[in-house]
Structures are given as structure tokens and as C-alpha cells.
Design a protein around this ligand. Sequence first.
Ligand SMILES: C[S@@+](CC[C@H](N)C(=O)[O-])C[C@H]1O[C@@H](n2cnc3c(N)ncnc32)[C@H](O)[C@@H]1O
Length: 199
Amino acid sequence: MSIRGTAAHLAADDLPPLVQKAVAAAEAAGFAHSCRPEQGRLLHTLAQGAVRWIGETGTGCGVGLAWLVSGAPPGVRLVSVERDEERAAVAAALFAGLPQVEVVRADWTVLHRHGGPYDLLVLDGGGQGKQGDEPADPERLLALGGTVVIDDFTPAAGWPPLHEGRPDEARLHWLEHPALDATELRLAPDFATVVGRRR
Ligand SMILES: C[S@@+](CC[C@H](N)C(=O)[O-])C[C@H]1O[C@@H](n2cnc3c(N)ncnc32)[C@H](O)[C@@H]1O
């Protein structure tokens, strides 16, 4: 989880207007765990390649979703699922004037019911396979050639990647997934993301 994500955005320059609004909403709601700006810029870039659908698990107060919306071409529809009622309400209010965006208050597992197959799937709250969480199935949710993004890893220093001194099974799940060509991207000295493309 990006502990400094909301605060890091407050110090960042050149944020898209919608991202600025989302950061203000997260700040007002006391939500510190928005994505980092480095991650947001990656999402903005990847969203530009979407054709029909973008999905996200874990909306928070909508900062990552605002990056996605700001990057997505016209005609792309976006669905984000958040299980926390207050955060989902904050995000729903933020995107209320944008008919291409749906914020769903539910467990992430309903994502397939609201759209897809997804050209871009961002797993930021549920479906990451971390800490015993059931990982999302890219063959069920992603379009062929679609991209999945899993946030918040410590950059690997060797192979296998370690978490608390043991092989990082969640990261290995994605990096070695038979349906994906996946790699780890270091976005900052202390922070990496795994990106996979469905074969
Ligand atoms: C790291 S924060 C998300 C940050 C957000 N994506 C952003 O970029 O600002 C993780 C969010 O996932 C939500 N979450 C955790 N498990 C979930 C689940 N099983 N289904 C839906 N949301 C979940 C949490 O309530 C939390 O708001």
C-alpha cells in the first residue's frame, strides 16, 4: 500500500485537473493511501492504449482512477470497484459528471459483471494475490493483448524476488503467469510495479 501516495501528490507538479480534484478529495477524506504520482503517470500512459474498457480494483478516493480517466481516449469506459462505503461515495461524487466512469461499491470480484473484457486492468485493492488474497484471473478479465498492472512492490534486488526474507509468492505468481508476458518496472528507488500483457 502506498502510504505516502496522497501526500506525494500534494508535492507534485503538472497534475491533470481531475487528478488535482481527486487528491483534494482524498486529503479531505483523510485517506493517505492513494497511488503514488509515479504510478499515476504510468496509468495515464497505459490508459492511452485502451480501446474499450479499463477496470480497477480498489478505487480509494479516486486518485488512480483520475489518472486513468485523464489518459483514456474518447469512447473508453472505466469501472472501478471499492468495498469501503465512504471512499466509494467520495469517488462516485468526483466522477458523477462523467458518464464513461462507473464507481461500484462492492468487493472487487464483481468487476466482471460491470464491464470487460478489459484492455487495462489495474489491481490496487483486491485481486493482487497478496497476503492470501485470491488473485484475479487475467484470462477471465483481460482482453487478448490486454495489460494488467499490480501496484506496490519493493524493487527486487535479485532472483527470486523476496518479501520479508522469503520468495515473494504474489510477485512470482504474476511474473511467471502462463497467460502473461510480465515484468517488473522500477518507478522510483523504493517502489516497483508489475506489468503483464495477456498472450
Ligand atoms: C491502495 S488503496 C487504493 C488507492 C487507489 N487505487 C488510488 O490510486 O488512489 C486500496 C483500496 O482498496 C480497497 N480494497 C481492499 N480490498 C478490497 C476488495 N476486496 N474489494 C474492493 N476494494 C478493496 C481498500 O478499501 C482501499 O480503499
